[in-house]
Write a protein that binds this ligand. Structure first.
Ligand code: G3P
Length: 217
């Protein structure tokens, strides 16, 4: 399973990249706004900065909802760097745009996936990735992980090449469960990635080893 970081914060992206285990970055308009990025030039520069930090797929999300403008936005994003993946919402115009991008050699990440039907349409249109939002499904009392299992089964059975990119990750347990479910990618906040490291027996075990090491130093 590939690890992406789900943020537009450059310091966090650098920290995750320095671990040596980062395969890519996903952003969305909310994450970009959180960093105080304003205006087209600043947005484009921010994606360039991310591409300069991470050698992996970088999702840049369109903010239009009609086919023509999505294509214009996506072409500009794709021209920034070969690693840019155009993120498109699962709406009717979005499906048309994903098909156009796919036919024209531009890779896509279909976002805001909450059902198997949406994911099937995105895969049929040629999306490179589909992003089921686990945490937001859990928030409304649905089982987000169940959707990942369902997508894995359908995509394998149908031979879809589209990768399942589990998103809206809220905890280290989500990451572990995504690995179990066969997600191709998990995009996570930095805290959830670092949370995988934690175990009290590791802390106490290391403290004891370091204490004992003093005896033969
Ligand atoms: O990037 C899309 C997704 O990961 C958003 O997550 O936490 O806002 O539901 P969240």
């Amino acid at each position: 399973m590939k690890f992406f970081i789900d943020t537009a914060n450059l310091a966090q992206i650098k920290e995750a990249n320095d671990l040596g285990i980062l395969d890519g970055v996903t952003t969305n308009p909310s994450l970009m706004a959180k960093e105080g990025i304003k205006g087209n030039d600043a947005v484009m520069q921010h994606y360039k900065d991310i591409c300069n930090i991470v050698d992996g797929d970088i999702s840049a999300e369109v903010v239009s909802t009609d086919f023509e403008t999505m294509i214009e936005e996506g072409k500009k994003f794709a021209a920034i760097h070969k690693n840019i993946v155009v993120k498109v919402p699962i709406i009717k115009e979005g499906i048309k745009a994903i098909k156009w991008f796919s036919d024209n050699g531009i890779r896509t990440n279909c976002t805001l996936i909450f059902s198997a039907g949406q994911a099937i349409l995105a895969a049929k249109a040629g999306a490179t990735y589909v992003s089921p939002f686990l945490g937001r499904l859990d928030d409304i009392g649905s089982d987000g992980m169940e959707l990942v299992h369902q997508l894995r089964q359908i995509f394998d059975m149908q031979g879809y090449k589209t990768e399942i990119l589990a998103a809206s990750i809220r905890s280290p347990l989500h990451i572990i469960k995504c690995a179990e479910a066969g997600a191709d990618v998990c995009t996570c906040p930095l805290d959830s990635i670092l949370g995988l490291l934690k175990h009290p027996l590791t802390d106490s075990g290391l403290a004891k080893f370091l204490e004992d090491a003093k005896k033969f130093a």
